[in-house]
Design a protein around this ligand. Structure first.
Ligand code: ADP
Ligand code: MG
Length: 339
């Protein structure tokens, strides 16, 4: 008997899915990004029990044609990329064609959608990656996708999920970032029937920040607008009054994508050196633009990590520009008042 065997397709599918979808928040991120890529200007996200019971996303985007719905759920099926060179000038958040396949492999999915080019819509259901039914359905606009019982067929992962409140908090964070990077889209985020936030979709970043964190928080921010070839920076950074005990409001986007990047995160804190209070972290909602050829967005299936060519140079430029902005701020606050 051979010691080495091929894995069964269903096992391969679950392993691959586990790289893209690690918790309910990953489903929300992937599906919301799809809704954005579909050109929606209104997106509503409803979750139940921290997303463990259900995640439902409704958009008013371009929809999917009846005879392409099943294809959309096949692994490596995408309308967004056709050759590797396209990665250098992507205009969409998705490109791997893996999200829908991954989500469907480990949950129960119902999708209703109507393509802008068709008269009738459709409703299709999937369970553990298999299509269980499809029918034609009158439907008014966009796509409504509902994901139930996440990880029902992957017990180890199911056990791994946190309390409802914790998963809800992570989804809240993900939704906040998505809303910040798309002020032109009106987002509604609802958890167990309770509205968590709504953004107006008026195209102003200020409106989104106020909806998420309140007006007084916004008042403590300073506008950032800097250029240092090949990098551009836009957004807001905080003064001493807005410092926080966690880094939860240090939010960085590179070319419109929300990313985690250790080098830049460290550079941001360093820029405040001399102004920082003990155990406090500065806040910043920063949009960085770099030429596409300097980035590798395909570092990880989740697309949260981003590879930067000449990372250390970019770190230095970033620190310089933030430092300059910090020094221009009115930091003559009487510290004794704040402590
Ligand atoms: P990717 O986003 O990387 O292309 P996905 O698996 O997330 O891969 O989606 C597969 C395809 O399904 C997309 O390329 C798109 O054509 C279509 N699609 C997914 N979600 C939506 C949506 N909400 N509205 C319209 N089309 C969608
Ligand atoms: Mg996608």
């Amino acid at each position: 008997m051979l010691k080495i065997k091929m894995l069964a397709p269903a096992t391969i599918e679950k392993i691959a899915a586990g790289e893209v979808i690690v918790r309910p928040a990953s489903v929300v991120k992937e599906l919301a990004e799809n809704a954005i890529d579909a050109g929606s200007d209104r997106i509503r996200v409803d979750i139940e029990q921290g997303g463990k019971r259900s995640i439902r996303i409704r958009d008013n985007g371009e929809g999917i044609r009846y005879n392409e719905v099943k294809l959309a759920f096949a692994r490596h099926a995408t309308s967004k990329l056709s050759q590797i060179e396209d990665l250098n000038h992507l205009e969409t958040l998705g490109f791997r064609g893996e999200a829908l396949a991954s989500v469907a492999a480990i949950s129960r999915v119902t999708i209703r959608t109507i393509s802008k080019s068709e008269e009738l819509g459709s409703e299709t259901t999937f369970e553990g990656g298999h299509c269980t039914a499809q029918r034609v359905l009158p439907y008014d606009k966009g796509t409504d996708i509902c994901v139930r019982d996440l990880f029902y067929n992957v017990p180890a992962r199911q056990k791994h999920m946190m309390k409802d409140k914790t998963e809800e908090r992570v989804i809240h964070q993900v939704m906040g970032r998505i809303a910040l990077s798309h002020p032109e889209i009106a987002f509604d985020f609802i958890s167990d029937g309770r509205k968590i936030f709504s953004t107006p979709g008026d195209g102003r970043l200020q409106s989104v920040i106020e909806c998420l964190y309140g007006r007084s928080f916004f008042k403590s921010l300073k506008k950032l607008d800097a250029k240092n070839e090949p990098m551009e920076l836009q957004g807001y950074i905080g003064d001493l009054t807005s410092m926080r005990s966690s880094k939860d409001r240090q939010i960085l986007f590179i070319n419109g994508r929300t990313v985690e990047n250790r080098g830049l995160s460290r550079a941001f804190e360093e820029a405040y050196q001399g102004y920082l209070m003990n155990h406090k972290h500065p806040v910043g909602i920063i949009f960085m633009t770099l030429p596409g050829r300097m980035l590798d967005v395909n570092m990880h299936p989740s697309k949260m990590e981003i590879g930067i060519l000449n990372q250390s140079l970019v770190d230095i430029l970033f620190r310089q520009e933030i430092r300059r902005a910090v020094q221009q701020m009115d930091l003559t606050v009487d510290l004794s008042e704040k402590i």
